[in-house]
Design a binder for this molecule. Sequence first.
Ligand code: ZN
Ligand code: ZN
Length: 179
Amino acid sequence: MIELIVQPVGRTRPEDAVFVGSEIAKHFPVRLSAVPSMWPLQPPASAYDWSRMQYRADEVNAWLHRNLEPLLKGGRLALGLVGADAYVPGLNFVFGLADPNLGVATVYTARLETEDHGKYLGRLLKESVHEVGHLLGLGHCSNRSCVMSFSNSLEDVDLKSAYFCDDCKLKLRSLHPSD
Ligand SMILES: [Zn+2]
Ligand SMILES: [Zn+2]
């Protein structure tokens, strides 16, 4: 059984973490248990780039790992839902970033937000499934409707489904045969 902590960060509402925590396991072909944290963490100012008004996603991942380290023993994974925008060097922005070595991923909600709350939650769930897919060893998928397809824009996010294609499902099952 793969265990995942869903952690609200910054101005992300705890109920959004509860939503992702209750829905995400349904999307995986391996057994996953997701537990939402009800206590938002504040991201560190040191990871904020004031000239770009964005966080450095890799630094936020490292910070989240340090914060949750005692809880991550035994291979437990963490997904941070960060109420902000972020980038990594070489990219204007990222919707999310996974570090499989740390077992930590983050999704950034600033660009996913819209007045339609249901649509926002759908986007949040897609990006969450995508990043946890990376944590579990998947790369990007060329199937445009697969949740593992790379999203360059919000249109790409809206176009893809929240589910893995058959190839990615097979890959996940072979990577995690006992889960
Ligand atoms: Zn990706
Ligand atoms: Zn796929």
